[in-house]
Design a protein around this ligand. Structure first.
Ligand SMILES: Nc1ncnc2c1ncn2[C@@H]1O[C@H](COP(=O)(O)OP(=O)(O)OP(=O)(O)O)[C@@H](O)[C@H]1O
Ligand SMILES: [Mg+2]
Length: 170
């Protein structure tokens, strides 16, 4: 049985504004699998911290990553798509340890495009000031990770098509 037969399991990752939620929903619809947004798995305390412009530390992230890992494990059999920043290798390693077949789809968007997107967005708890700290932090997936990088300045449908073309035979 291939991964496609049981539904792809995908973590859509990248910095704020890279399109994780948008592309993640589009991908889940295309695959007909459940979608979750890891932002919804944060505690109220974490959301308050981010709203105040304070980056989370690893202690804040531990229970959050455990919840994302749990979601992946629960969708191991059916497949699913979760939008999760997963900026650092050590965070992704937690998810990979729990669900080794999960793909990371890394949405790469240049800084100018990101800043423009965030400026036009309303009603979201991530202020644009966190953009630079995220860009300084992010560790793009390494060659030994189960990942695909796509230029996500393209339209969501196109990003999804490119990803599926890359993993199609898996
Ligand atoms: N491929 C795309 N092309 C153009 N605009 C996009 C694309 N993907 C997302 N957007 C727009 O960019 C903004 C940010 O997208 P989205 O909320 O999906 O990003 P995100 O990575 O989930 O951000 P966050 O980490 O803050 O939740 C939204 O206004 C969305 O409509
Ligand atoms: Mg989002």
């Amino acid at each position: 049985m291939t991964s496609l037969d049981r539904g792809l399991l995908v973590v859509v990752m990248g910095v704020s504004g890279s399109g994780k939620t948008t592309v993640g929903r589009t991908l889940a619809t295309a695959l007909d699998v459940p979608f979750a947004d890891a932002d919804r798995l944060h505690s109220q305390a974490n959301i308050a911290k981010m709203s105040a412009g304070t980056p989370l530390d690893d202690d804040d992230r531990r229970p959050w990553l455990a919840a994302v890992a749990q979601w992946l494990v629960e969708h191991e059999a059916t497949g699913g798509v979760v939008a999760c920043s997963a900026l650092l290798r050590r965070y992704r390693d937690v998810l990979t340890a729990a669900a080794p077949r999960a793909w990371f789809l890394y949405l790469h968007v240049d800084r100018d495009a990101l800043a423009q997107r965030l400026e036009h967005r309303r009603g979201h708890f991530m202020p644009a000031e966190l953009l630079d700290s995220q860009l300084a932090l992010i560790e793009p997936p390494a060659a030994d990770e189960h990942s695909v990088t796509v230029d996500a300045t393209a339209a969501p449908d196109s990003v999804v098509r490119q990803f599926l073309a890359r993993v199609g035979g898996d």
